[in-house]
Design a protein around this ligand. Structure first.
Ligand code: HSE
Length: 382
């Protein structure tokens, strides 16, 4: 079965190479930008793929929504199965593409879009067939985990840690999506769509690692904590969907502290299964390509979709999720947040807040920053 590859970057090259040795599969043409077609198998027009009767499936690994949405739609309409590693595409157009796939009786799978090699979406899709997922999430961005680990265990600066993660091929083309938390937030959107048949696309709370400083790292470590960037999704007691991402401080014995480098730790809790944890490389050429190949094999075995074709878009509600927060801000703003205790030194206050909702904490930080104030916050994990 011939598989065409859209994009020939870090992941595209990996997929192409892996297809050469994959049982039942072989590489077809590769779509590249005009001027980059320096070999017979490289083509520059999507019609050379959609009109090729020998192409059985398409692996979209270009990233972004434009022109990926147009190309993936064209491939599905042409009766080609599609797998993608593109979370921006699925977060923006997943329900439409899944519906288009169903209408054309082909598959649309995207487990490579969440967690790299970690079979997170793959297993959630299996779990929902026999259990109810109560919550899900974890460390779902390899770039920021690599950076936080480098800053905390090797005392690298933020800029050097980011440059390293980019050189190793973990970061997105524009790493803003990684460090802002948006990349992992999209992954939790996808996981919710698979688990609950609801794609949360508004009301989301997103805090990345852009505000953390070397002084924060020193202070956090002196208190015995390790910082990780963690996504959370699930159903509140009243059945409403929550979905957010924020830095979390873990005590030394927490399993999250042992997630190093570009590794991810994804979890879900099933009503009957209890907590299930997955760990593995969440970014990089071969780990991500391995997930693309896993989806292609699933199609060979008859799998057709991950989210349902009637998946609904909903607003997330993060007002019922509560915890304490660690907050660093300037001394004169310390009273703007209800807290149990504060360390004040040299004009900077470091607080542990009273329990407050995720929505409240994120809203407070947003308001303070509008006034030009610098704020770092992280949830206190267990
Ligand atoms: N930039 C992403 C990450 C790639 O660092 O996790 C894998 O989705």
């Amino acid at each position: 079965m011939k598989v065409a590859v859209l994009g020939f970057g870090t992941v595209g090259f990996g997929v192409y190479e892996m297809l050469k040795n994959a049982g039942g599969l072989e590489p077809g043409s590769v779509l590249v930008r005009p001027g980059k077609n320096d070999a017979d198998y490289k083509v520059t027009s999507i019609s050379q793929i959609t009109e090729d009767p020998d192409i059985w499936a398409v692996a979209e690994v270009m990233g972004g929504t434009d022109p990926a949405y147009e190309y993936v739609s064209a491939a599905l309409c042409a009766g080609k199965h599609v797998v993608t590693s593109n979370k921006a595409l699925v977060a923006a157009y997943g329900p439409e593409l899944e519906k288009l796939a169903a209408e054309n009786d082909v598959a649309f799978l995207f487990s490579a879009a969440c967690g790299g090699a970690v079979p997170f979406l793959h297993n959630i899709a299996l779990a929902v067939e026999s259990d109810r997922i109560l919550s899900l999430g974890g460390i779902l961005n390899g770039t920021t985990n690599y950076m936080l680990d480098a800053m905390q265990s090797r005392f690298m600066t933020y800029a050097d840690a980011l440059a390293d993660a980019q050189a190793l091929g973990y970061a997105e083309a524009d790493p803003t999506a990684d460090v802002s938390g948006m990349d992992a937030l999209r992954k939790i959107m996808l996981a919710c769509a698979v688990a609950y048949n609801m794609l949360p696309d508004s009301g989301l709370c997103c805090e990345g690692i852009e505000s953390i400083t070397a002084e924060d790292v020193n202070h956090i470590q002196a208190k015995g904590y390790t910082c990780r960037l963690v996504t959370s999704g699930g159903l509140s007691a009243d059945g409403r969907l929550y979905a957010y991402i924020e830095p979390v401080l873990f005590p030394a014995n927490a399993p999250e502290c042992s997630v190093l480098k570009n590794f991810n730790m994804a979890k879900y809790t099933g009503e009957n299964s209890g907590q299930i944890v997955f760990m593995g490389q969440g970014a990089g050429r071969w780990p991500t390509a391995s997930a693309v190949l896993r989806d292609l094999n699933d199609i060979l075995h008859g799998k057709r979709f991950m989210m349902q074709p009637d998946c609904k878009r909903v607003a997330a509600d993060n007002s019922l999720c509560e915890h304490k927060y660690y907050v660093r801000l300037s001394e004169e703003l310390a009273d703007s947040i209800p807290s149990d205790r504060a360390d004040v030194y040299d004009g900077t206050a470091r607080l542990i807040t009273k329990p407050m909702s995720v929505k409240t904490m994120h809203d407070i930080a947003k308001e303070l920053r509008k006034g030009g104030n610098k704020v770092f916050f992280a949830a206190i994990g267990e």
